[in-house]
Design a protein around this ligand. Structure first.
Ligand code: FAD
Length: 587
């Protein structure tokens, strides 16, 4: 039995490849644009800097945003139409984005999955039914007592954050404000928690490490590295044999894949199914290059339309801002030039402890609900980073986010000081954007336009402003953090000088100037009922109107989950593998 090929060995693709090849009769060909993970990616503190390197990263940028990103490009960008917004990047490495992500492990809220089930009419997506897949993934040594029972069967190691400056005071402050300290994985509600991370003794645990590396010797799992899939071949008619009789089948069917391996053209035929797991940006790109997508758009860019589907039309992302720095007078943060020295290196390599275990000093997650949202299903996520102002930070931020000298002028005066920075994320956004082809060249970057803050009721920006107000209140008006004299800088963010500091208008300006992605794009190929005009795949993740083609990655979420997306994406991979096995009687 052959299932060839599987495109993309990221968070979902790794799980699918390994689960399918558990059966020795099934052969899987995994085509991955990148190579094996770079050793730097294993060290959490250094991994995030990899995105500056085109050799391991797609280097995607979003299109200019009408309602956000005002701080982009040297602020000479008076016409926002010429500006570029936050980076949106994905690893071109086996293991995908799990190689450079912040390693935060959050399953999501039960209501996220119940909403998927309602949307698709398929009860398999209800939380009570997908929970077993989370348990299948996890080897849990996190903060809480086994996440509702001992969970050690899965391949993915999850551990409680090791390096945690300032964490105790943040949790005390949260309690002072009436938030509970609670398990944000198995029992997610409004409240705060120390982070659970995908790491083992301080070393990153990507999906490559969890799934692929231990199974590299499987003969029926063949991996083509440095292989860029350029197109899925779709045939309109094909001959089908039923009990020794040959019929003409008029439907469209995916029959093979064209790729460039080390730059050389190749082709792989598919005997059973093709599974596309290229991630939220690349999967729609591959589909559109193959003729599956909005008909008019495909015609405009010179691709022959074969199946008219709303590919790439309902993109969602977790838009965020980084509020801070909350300057402190006590050493309760990580200042790289102060804290990462020879002893820190020894501590890391000997004991798996210390600042090098830390993804950008992130220590806690906080979930809150703004008016109109149930406390059982929070819509704002805080990622608390105990990030002191180290030398070079403003330069790195300005370079990474193309903000000219914005970070330098705002943060520069505080370099050397302890501080916390809070990533405030809109967990349940209403705005939706799109992905389109620039042209019909598979090497061209697609157009990524998340359309942040464009929902007609402005509820996204209002929720973000409230989210910022709540966290500033927590940092400035609690005994636990006042002890550290925690406060926002007295200076205003360049571009927002006309507003009163701490007013809602100031925060709105701040958010729309420092607009960043939390790197959780989803929903570009949403699942839905077959007659749903927005659906691209059905609830079994099969592309509507094409036989033998499934999409299994973060793109199929009809709505992005309210917290980080890695865990739910791996769950999708696990579930997709089971759906495929069931289709072909392999369970
Ligand atoms: C910087 C960053 C930080 C993040 N932090 C967190 C976090 O802390 N916690 C969390 O839960 N989530 C986080 N995320 C999000 C999370 O990692 C992603 O949602 C998840 O990894 C998406 O998985 P995926 O399988 O959909 O895609 P990916 O993991 O991106 O995998 C796609 C794979 O397909 C390959 N591919 C793409 N196109 C082709 C092609 N044409 N041919 C061949 N191969 C191709 C890619 O190289 C890649 O390996 C972060 C993401 C980033 C980028």
């Amino acid at each position: 039995m052959l299932f060839r090929p599987l495109v993309g060995g990221g968070s979902a693709g790794s799980a699918i490849a390994v689960r399918l090849s558990e059966n020795p009769n099934v052969r899987v060909l995994l085509l991955e644009a990148g190579g094996d993970p770079n050793p730097i990616s294993y060290v959490p503190a250094t991994a995030s800097y990899m995105f500056l390197h085109p050799s391991v990263d797609w280097q995607y940028k979003t299109a200019s945003q009408p309602n956000s990103g005002y701080g982009i490009i040297k602020r000479v960008c008076k016409n926002i139409g010429h500006c570029r917004n936050a980076l949106s990047f994905f690893n071109a490495i086996a293991g995908g984005s799990s190689n450079s992500n912040f390693m935060i492990y959050n399953r999501g809220n039960p209501r996220d999955f119940d909403r998927w089930a309602l949307h698709t009419g398929d009860a398999r997506w209800k939380y009570k039914n997908v929970e077993k897949y989370f348990r299948k993934i996890e080897d849990y040594f996190g903060t809480w007592d086994g996440n509702g029972g001992d969970i050690h069967n899965g391949p993915l190691r999850v551990e409680a954050v090791v390096y945690r400056p300032g964490l105790d005071d943040v949790l005390k402050a949260a309690q002072e404000k009436g938030y509970s300290i609670r398990d944000q994985n198995a029992d997610q509600k409004q409240g705060f928690s120390p982070l659970d991370l995908t790491q083992k003794r301080g070393v990153r645990f990507s999906t490559y490490r969890a799934y692929i590396r231990p199974n590299l010797r499987r003969k029926n799992l063949v991996i083509y590295r440095y292989t860029l899939v350029t197109k899925v071949d779709i045939y309109k008619t094909y001959l089908k044999r039923v009990k020794n009789t040959v019929h003409l089948d008029e439907s469209k069917r995916a029959t093979g894949i064209s790729y460039l391996r080390h730059g050389v053209k190749g082709y792989a035929s598919a005997s059973k199914e093709i599974i596309v797991s290229g991630g939220t940006i690349n999967s729609p790109q591959i589909l559109m290059l193959s003729g599956i997508g909005p008909k008019e758009h495909l015609q405009q860019v010179g691709v022959q339309p074969l199946v008219d589907l709303p590919v790439g039309s309902t993109l969602q992302d977790h838009v965020s801002t980084a509020i801070g720095p909350f300057i402190m007078n006590k050493s309760e943060s990580l200042i790289l030039h102060r804290d990462v020295d020879f002893n820190a290196l020894v501590n890391y390599f000997r004991n798996g402890k210390g600042p090098l275990t830390s993804p950008q000093a992130c220590v806690a997650v906080g979930l809150v609900s703004t008016p109109g949202h149930s406390t059982d299903w929070p819509n704002i996520m805080y990622t608390v980073a105990s990030l002191g102002m180290f030398f070079g930070l403003p330069y790195i931020l300005d370079t990474a986010f193309s903000t000219g000298k914005l970070a330098e002028s705002y943060l520069g005066p505080y370099v050397g000081q302890d501080s916390h920075v809070i990533l405030v994320t809109l967990g349940l956004p209403r705005s939706r954007g799109f992905i389109r082809l620039k042209d019909n060249n598979p090497l061209s970057q697609p157009i990524i336009d998340p359309q942040y803050f464009t929902d007609p009721t402005d509820s996204d920006i209002k929720a973000m402003v409230r989210g910022v107000e709540l966290i500033v209140d927590l940092y400035e008006n609690t005994t636990a953090l006042q002890k550290l004299n925690s406060r926002l800088p007295p200076t205003k963010l360049p571009g927002c000088e006309n507003y009163v500091l701490r007013s809602p208008e100031y925060y709105e300006c701040f958010i729309k100037t420092v607009t960043i992605t939390n790197y959780h794009p989803a929903s570009s190929l949403p699942m839905g009922r077959p007659y749903d005009p927005h659906a691209v795949v059905d609830s079994q993740l099969r592309v509507i109107g094409v036989k033998g083609l499934r999409v299994c990655d973060a793109s199929v979420m009809p709505y992005v989950t309210n917290t980080n997306t890695n865990a739910p994406t791996i769950m999708i991979g696990e579930m997709c593998a089971d759906m495929i096995k069931k289709t072909w009687n392999l369970l």
